[in-house]
Design a protein around this ligand. Structure first.
Ligand code: COA
Length: 462
């Protein structure tokens, strides 16, 4: 059992600073927890003892009957130490401190004071200065971010609160499912390493995405990354890459960004995948949470457009994805599925006359052949074919075959292509509007797979 179990899966939660006023954070916290479908006990705490959203309130955590596993604190900073002392006396072991007004504004003394109370009672504290924690397995949305979050398999840990809340909106827009959203704030007690260690053992989380400006304890973070990347991909977005960016990070969260080259080397050594922008990070995570890792180095491209096939081949070659020269036996199989002017080498070009059946038959061939380790399927909009019908044929083929290799798709065209890609995404086939984005995701999956294979080989030799 981890000492963070009560933070992630509490049976009872107190919201200190709960308010009836819909404009206050203390209202939003109660409202989001209720909207998320949390099934444990919920206790608002407010000096008036006034009921909040139909729930009985208490004037102090100490007056709540029975055990409380987690306290979420949203009162002005000057009252936080007293509230934490009460929580300690009540036997509460986990805290989320939403309140700002500590180290981030130079109030180091107050932050040290609350930390010493946390230590005195053996509690664990997330924050201060956070927007909260969402955890899908416990259906707990203890944040003042969005009330609606799609459950899924990406865990998102963020040092920036505003960015974190914005990302919750963004994942909603693109229907990207998350297993956890964690705001790190000032990291007085709990750091990214604690969260990574916890999420490594979390079954729902298939990939972890971290936004970080600077590590408090670089060595510890590296050790946690090494442990996590063995089990699941960890994607890192570290800002402060440039001198000016680093100084902006110092004034944003007080992070000592350190030399970016050192971070870069540390991420590589620990098998973490460094992304350079949010779209890229989520593109990668989408593939890694929806599809199995590559089975071998041989990648196959299936397309209906020669030009886009060539561009995708370039992107693959440049990013370390090997386009497999197809052996004669497979060439002659593919040849049967296309008009005489098609191309049965890799990329396999089914031509602009490729209908649903050409795609499904080609995919069947590719799924069945163990020499193929990954597949990129491309579609360019044409006047004589229907992208949504083609997407459906791809989905049906995937679902009727046992496929142990990753498949990524890119549909290039207008609104109908968007609709087709939404259908693919919904059925766990990651689709991207630009083929280079699909290749970038696949290349990052290959990097992670090669890293873990190397480690496995080494440990087998020793
Ligand atoms: N115990 C219980 N409740 C208390 C309390 C205490 N010791 N002290 C105050 N409260 C209650 C208040 O009475 C109020 O409830 P009410 O609306 O029913 O009167 C509620 O807690 C909030 O207190 P209030 O003084 O109205 O503060 P606020 O809501 O304006 O602000 C914070 C409180 C915590 C939200 C604010 O101080 C803050 O830190 N905001 C920044 C949060 C943030 O951005 N975090 C980082 C995100 S990344």
């Amino acid at each position: 059992m981890s000492d963070l179990d009560k933070l992630f899966c509490p049976k009872s939660v107190a919201i200190v600073g709960a308010s009836k006023n819909p404009k206050k954070i203390g209202y939003e916290l109660v409202s989001n927890i209720l909207a998320g479908g949390y099934e444990g006990k919920l206790f608002p705490v407010n000096p008036e003892g006034a009921d909040v959203m139909g729930l009985k309130s208490f004037t102090s955590v100490k007056l709540i009957p029975g055990d409380v596993d987690l306290a979420v604190i949203a009162v002005p900073a000057v009252y936080v130490a007293d509230v934490i002392e009460d929580c300690g006396q009540k036997g509460i072991k986990s805290l989320i401190v939403i309140s700002s007004g500590f180290k981030e504004v130079g109030n180091t003394e107050l932050e040290d004071k609350i930390l010493s109370i946390v230590r005195k009672y053996g509690m664990r504290m997330l924050g201060p200065n956070v927007f909260g924690l969402y955890y899908a397995p416990s259906r707990m949305n203890a944040t003042f971010g969005l009330s609606r979050v799609f459950p899924g398999n990406i865990a998102f840990i963020t040092q920036s609160g505003a960015l974190g809340i914005a990302m919750m909106g963004w994942t909603n827009l693109y229907h990207i499912g998350v297993s956890a959203v964690i705001s790190m704030g000032n990291k007085a007690d709990i750091e990214e390493s604690d969260m990574l260690d916890y999420l490594t053992g979390d079954e729902m989380t298939k990939a972890v995405l971290i936004y970080i400006e600077g590590a408090k304890d670089g060595r510890r973070l590296m050790a946690s990354l090494k442990g996590s990347t063995l089990k699941k991909p960890v994607i890192i977005l570290k800002s402060g890459r440039t001198e000016k960016g680093a100084s902006a990070a110092a004034s944003h969260t007080g992070s000592l960004a350190g030399s970016d080259k050192v971070y870069d080397a540390a991420f590589k050594q620990s098998g973490a995948l460094r992304a350079y922008d949010f779209a890229q990070a989520f593109d990668w995570a989408k593939l890694m949470t929806l599809q199995p890792p590559p089975q071998n180095e041989n990648c196959l491209i299936i397309t209906n457009g020669g030009g886009v096939g060539v561009m995708t081949t370039d992107a693959c070659e440049e990013s370390g994805v090997t386009i497999w020269p197809l052996p004669d036996d497979l060439q002659s199989e593919f040849k049967k599925l296309m008009p005489v002017f098609g191309n049965f080498k890799n990329p396999v070009d089914l031509t602009g006359q490729a209908y649903e059946e050409s795609y499904s038959k080609s995919l069947e061939l590719a799924f069945k052949d163990p020499r193929i380790g990954s597949i990129i399927v491309l579609y360019c909009q044409t006047a004589i074919t229907d992208p949504v019908a083609i997407a459906k044929s791809i989905i049906d083929t995937c679902e009727s075959q046992h496929c142990d290799k990753p498949l990524v798709a890119s549909f290039i065209g207008g609104q109908q292509c968007d609709e087709a890609m939404r259908k693919l995404d919904e059925r766990a086939i990651p689709a991207y509007p630009i083929p280079e984005r699909a290749v970038s995701a696949l290349a990052s999956y290959y990097r992670w797979k090669r890293y873990t294979d190397r480690l496995e080989e080494k440990s087998a030799q020793s």
